[in-house]
Design a protein around this ligand. Structure first.
Ligand code: FES
Length: 568
């Protein structure tokens, strides 16, 4: 077969000279250009993305595999998103990063690509971009950190939320909190709980775009390097087989991913990212698919934030293949994955080594673990809640709204001793949606008022058009669509309004008459946009709502690998 890279490196005359000569300044021998499959290693390494800071080393393992299989590896950087540092929120830049990945792959002499992904948004952004180009693609996650150890206890990212609340309540000293920092992030890798990064690593393994065991091998474990090396070997074969994402990433694998995510108690962010990836492949996924497909799936992984264990324990207990094996009767089993083998072939021999961490289908940790999608006059296009991270006694609740118009308003008043709030109230936060913030930050799990924390209250119903960190927990209704910034009913909620939530019946309603809502709507005015230039303006103008995956409308689908013009 004629390799795409030969359009550059196989040319005669001046053009071929230019394409090869400058590459040779890196000490590359002439025969590298003679028709070897060129593998782009799309590296999200950055010292500003600490979860991906070890990726230069991981890339070396991929290169070793590519060379062993007769390919020619070329590593290149793309935009990277460090969840903890990027302001105002990494989600604002997921789509920009996907453009960086898509255009970098298409524009260069690459026949296939290995995506090195880790911290939350780096995974969906990379996969979205690669799917829009549709060259042979395999992904490798960087792996989770080792479990944190602090004064004899296992700790992970979710303890940040718990302990911050303890500090606010006066039950933990600030100095002790500070000391925890070094104990929690004690090795390379991403967050060690079933937060968004681990959810994403599981998502891409479920989609079959990685080799088995991608989700859980710890970042410092030597087997992570072996996985990277094997992925390097495999991408060369995929180029020879011309196996592209569109050849195997079918609706069936997306449906599998939804069920597997429910079984591992994955983050609510999963829905937004999976819909965005599906959109790049022309697969129509809706919020209703998530509720319908995952409704009966039990929780099989006992992992923080809702459970007890960490990603390291998950790997030692058998990893994602042990969960998939339990689910095989309920999955599309005969669809192929990136290694050319079916879901069943990849997972049927997996074993569970610790039933405290991975349950059997017959004896799950919890029935019905999926993310629930609720509808009602407050969220015509849906809102989501993760029941496994919520309080059972609040799943059906009627309470009066305490309303915060913006996140700044929330910060200014939440700890005011005069704030009229009890544990039966419902905290409502507006203007943190895709366009309103912009970028839909992870603030939906608003910390409770200090005066209630001091009373020992641990949870309240909270409603917003924002997201929640996958490492967080609470009875939080998120992703309210349409969002308040575009005049969704959330924008019309007033202090003291009664709100009814009923997760069992999938409803979320504002107990205010249609006539009154009409009146409020006529008087409603949107907040002025925060900027009128640059990428952020483009994002505000084009981002879709949370129930559609928050991609930019013009990025849906793909442009393939064809370069539009070819002159020098
Ligand atoms: Fe990077 Fe959690 S901050 S994965």
């Amino acid at each position: 077969m004629k390799l795409r890279s030969q359009m550059w490196f196989g040319r005669k005359g001046k053009d071929g000279f230019i394409y090869r000569a400058w590459m040779k300044n890196q000490g590359i021998p002439d025969d590298a250009f003679d028709g070897k499959p060129v593998v782009g290693i799309c590296n999200t390494w950055s010292e500003l993305t600490p979860c991906n800071a070890h990726f230069r080393e991981l890339a070396e393992s991929v290169k070793r595999g590519v060379i062993e299989a007769g390919g020619f590896p070329l590593e290149f950087p793309v935009m990277s998103l460090g969840e903890t540092l990027i302001k105002p929120t990494a989600m604002l830049y997921r789509n920009l990063m996907s453009m960086s990945v898509e255009e970098s792959i298409r524009a260069n002499p690459i026949d296939g690509v290995v995506l090195l992904v880790g911290c939350d948004k780096t995974t969906p952004a990379s996969v979205m971009g690669a799917c829009s180009v549709n060259l042979p693609t395999i992904a490798v996650s960087g792996g989770a950190m080792l479990t944190g150890k602090y004064r004899g206890k296992d700790i992970g990212t979710s303890d940040v939320w718990r302990c911050a609340a303890e500090v606010s309540a006066g039950r933990m000293e600030q100095d002790d909190f500070r000391e925890m920092e070094g104990a929690m992030c004690r090795s390379r890798g991403h967050c060690a709980v079933m937060g968004t990064a681990s959810t994403m690593a599981g998502m891409i393994e479920s989609l079959g775009i990685t080799l088995p065991q991608n989700a859980a091998i710890p970042a410092p474990d030597a087997r992570r390097k072996v996985l990277a090396q094997m992925s390097g070997r495999r991408i060369v074969e995929m180029i020879r087989e011309d196996l592209k994402p569109s050849d195997f990433l079918t609706r069936e694998l997306f449906e599998n991913a939804i069920k597997i995510n429910a079984a591992i108690g994955g983050s609510t962010n999963f829905m937004i990212h999976l819909m965005a990836i599906a959109g790049r492949l022309g697969i129509d996924l809706t919020l209703r698919d998530f509720d319908k497909l995952a409704r009966d799936i039990p929780l099989l992984a006992n992992l923080q934030p809702s459970g007890d264990y960490f990603m390291e324990d998950f790997y030692y207990a058998g990893g994602l293949p042990a969960v998939i094996k339990e689910l095989l009767p309920y999955l599309h089993r005969n669809v192929i994955t990136v290694n050319g083998r079916t879901v069943e072939e990849n997972n049927k021999d997996a074993e569970c080594y610790d039933r405290k961490v991975i349950a059997s289908y017959e004896k799950p940790f919890q029935e019905n673990a999926g993310i629930a999608v609720v509808y009602g006059n407050l969220c015509k296009d849906g809102a989501v809640i993760k029941p496994s991270a919520a309080s059972p006694h609040l799943m059906k609740h009627r309470g009066q709204a305490v309303v915060f118009e913006t996140i700044e308003d929330y910060h200014a008043r939440i700890n005011d001793p005069d704030l009229e709030v009890t544990e039966n109230h419902i905290l409502v936060l507006k203007n943190v949606g895709p366009k309103g913030y912009p970028g839909m930050p992870e603030v939906g799990n608003m910390q409770l008022p200090a005066k209630l924390l001091k009373k020992g209250i641990k949870d309240m119903v909270r409603i917003s058009d924002g997201r929640m960190s996958g490492t967080a927990f609470g009875t939080t209704f998120l992703h309210v669509s349409p969002e308040s910034a575009i005049g969704g009913v959330l924008a019309l909620v007033e202090e003291g309004d009664w709100i009814e939530v009923d997760v069992e019946n999938r409803s979320l309603n504002l107990d205010v008459s249609d006539e009154e809502l009409e009146r409020r709507k006529r008087n409603w005015k949107p907040l002025p946009p925060l900027t009128d230039r640059g990428y952020v303006k483009m994002f505000i103008d084009h981002v879709e709502q949370a129930d559609k995956g928050m991609d930019l409308d013009f990025l849906k689908g793909g442009s393939g690998s064809q370069v539009t013009r070819d002159s020098h």
